[in-house]
Design a protein around this ligand. Structure first.
Ligand SMILES: CC(C)(COP(=O)(O)OP(=O)(O)OC[C@H]1O[C@@H](n2cnc3c(N)ncnc32)[C@H](O)[C@@H]1OP(=O)(O)O)[C@@H](O)C(=O)NCCC(=O)NCCS
Length: 169
């Protein structure tokens, strides 16, 4: 049910992202919100920057996506979205566990909006630890390319991976 999705699947991926991201509307600062939340060109550039996307298919419909991007010595979890009707059913957890299995770095980082309390809870329940404001700023500057306004309104969480658990494939 989980497989890799590519540039050929843009419209299906965008469909999930732009539906799930509606949860941010009215929660994150208005200046950070846009509609559609992820324009097509933005996703194309992400793929060009070595983003790999994985998706969960239910009855031949893509209902959730989650990506990884290897940057320097870490792996970033990128663009985690479950279609709104399917949130809270354990699909996000399955995708995250799949990414844990294929990951080859000793550190997994994820950035999200500081007001997206549900997402922070989701990552903490799955073993991530919240970084301080100072550390968040340093990590965002080093591993991401985000505008200042987004930095100010984001948090970074990290999950350390023990060497013996790192995938050998
Ligand atoms: C954050 C997100 C990706 C998580 O995906 P998900 O498929 O909803 O994740 P899960 O169902 O595995 O877990 C989410 C919650 O459902 C609960 N849950 C898990 N299995 C469940 C089940 N069978 N029945 C009911 N609830 C369940 C989890 O305990 C978790 O609870 P919490 O809200 O207290 O943390 C998704 O909710 C989403 O797209 N949110 C909007 C966009 C967003 O915030 N993205 C994060 C970008 S970094």
């Amino acid at each position: 049910m989980i497989s890799e999705y590519t540039k050929n699947d843009l419209s299906y991926i965008l469909n999930v992202i732009n539906d799930a991201a509606l949860k941010y509307k009215g929660v994150i600062p208005e200046s950070c919100w846009k509609e559609p939340y992820m324009p097509k060109q933005e996703l194309i550039s992400e793929f060009e920057n070595d983003l790999r996307m994985f998706g969960y298919d239910k009855n031949n419909t893509l209902v959730a996506v989650m990506g990884i991007q290897e940057v320097e010595d870490v792996t970033l979890i990128r663009h985690a979205y479950t279609f709104s009707d399917y949130q809270g059913m354990g699909i996000g957890k399955l995708l995250l566990q799949y990414l844990f299995k294929i990951n080859t770095s000793s550190s997994l980082l994820v950035g999200t909006w500081k007001d997206a309390t549900w997402a922070i809870r989701f990552y903490m329940k799955n073993g991530f630890v919240l970084h301080t404001r100072k550390q968040t700023n340093l990590l965002l500057e080093r591993y991401w390319q985000v505008p200042l306004k987004q930095v100010e309104n984001s948090v970074v969480l990290e999950k350390q991976v023990y060497q013996s658990n790192i995938s050998k494939v």
